[in-house]
Ligand binder design. Structure first.
Ligand SMILES: Nc1nc2c(c(=O)[nH]1)N[C@H]1C(S)=C(S)[C@@H](COP(=O)(O)O)O[C@H]1N2
Ligand SMILES: [Mo]
Length: 330
């Protein structure tokens, strides 16, 4: 049995095979590979990840608690690219509730996550309220390494921990009238001031994202409660966030408090602000232009100390996950 499953649609110009344990101990892994005489590929893999993001005690204090009770999903063990450094994935963020820059990780520590209630309702037979323990005990946790692509044309690779969205869907049993699902993020104007620029507080809060029922039922659609073997840091959307690797990052709402199954397509946050920049579907696609960022290429976060010199790669349709999702859009 092969543990590395790369769907045929991955057509990356440079495919780097990452040992699955790399993010735990990259140095040790590299030494091992060099010792085994297969150092050449390992060297390019090392030089490709040259982030010097400083891991300060303050940043480290935002990292979560270790999670141990999970399996590694063999289909998503390898994303065909080097896993992004944890320090980069946890300090280069978008979370507009806490500000309009990438540097919101400190501000996001104001997010209250304990206790947390996720309310699931609308057109379902079995509406439920879950606290975090309910979620993590009811739905077995697995690790999946996914490529992640923001519409601003930067990309990362993150080892998420969580469970497939369709497990939660099965638990609440949508009725046959349910055609869409909306996901609402935490919002409290006392805690989440929004960006200082533009409309700030007057943006259409709360942050809501939505999918079709078929998209939510797709094998890839995932709820993350952790990353890099630990619970989610607040800046990454603790305690539970959406992960949809074939769509632009803005479709993946953070810190979800409410899920509602509906008949009509729900209004969503960025689509309401600027519909010609942020479509409802928002699948990663090099041929759908964006007025501000070319979608032909993407820059890989952390591949150089200077973000202007981050490595560039061609954008791949559905972010390389066409084998799983292309039929949804046929
Ligand atoms: N509630 C909420 N969710 C959000 C956002 C946000 O501003 N608020 N930003 C989105 C965007 S644009 C991206 S690219 C990803 C960033 O996730 P990360 O910071 O964990 O990389 O979160 C998405 N989810
Ligand atoms: Mo984004």
């Amino acid at each position: 049995m092969s543990f590395i499953h790369l769907p045929k649609s991955w057509q990356l110009p440079e495919r780097l095979v990452t040992p699955e344990a790399a993010y735990w101990n990259r140095r040790k892994v590299l030494k091992g590979l060099v010792g085994m005489g297969i150092g050449a590929s390992a060297v390019s893999f090392a030089s490709c990840q040259r982030s010097d993001t400083t891991v300060t005690p303050e940043l480290q204090a935002t990292w979560g608690q270790p999670l141990s009770d999970y399996t590694v999903n063999p289909d998503f063990r390898d994303a065909g690219r080097t896993i992004t450094e944890k320090a980069d994935a946890t300090s280069y963020n978008n979370f507009y509730e806490f500000g309009g820059t990438k540097n919101i990780w400190e501000a996001a520590q104001a997010l209250p996550t304990d206790p947390w209630t996720l309310e699931v309702g609308g057109l379902v037979k079995n509406p439920q309220k879950f606290d975090l323990d309910d979620l993590t005990q009811r739905f077995p946790l697995e690790e999946r390494v996914y490529r992640f692509r923001c519409v601003e044309a930067w990309a990362m690779v993150v080892p998420w921990l969580g469970f497939p969205m369709r497990s939660l869907m099965a638990a609440v049993e949508p009725t046959s009238d349910a055609k869409f699902v909306s996901f609402t993020s935490f919002y409290d104007p006392e805690v989440t001031p929004g960006p200082s620029w533009g409309l700030g507080r007057n943006l259409p809060w709360p942050y809501v994202e939505a999918l079709t029922i078929e998209e939510m039922a797709n094998e890839l659609a995932f709820f993350a409660v952790g990353l890099y073997g630990q619970t989610l840091p607040k800046q990454n959307g603790a305690p539970i966030r959406m992960v949809l690797p074939w769509k632009y990052g803005f479709k993946g709402g953070k810190s979800i408090v409410k899920i509602e199954f509906t008949r009509e397509q729900p209004a969503t946050y960025w689509n309401t602000i600027s519909p010609n920049e942020y479509g409802f579907e928002a699948n990663v696609n090099p041929d759908v232009p964006h007025p501000r960022w070319s979608q032909k290429t993407e820059k890989i976060v952390g591949t150089n100390t200077n973000p202007f010199d981050w490595e560039k790669q061609d954008t791949v349709i559905y972010n390389g996950y066409g084998d799983y999702v292309a039929d949804l859009y046929a």
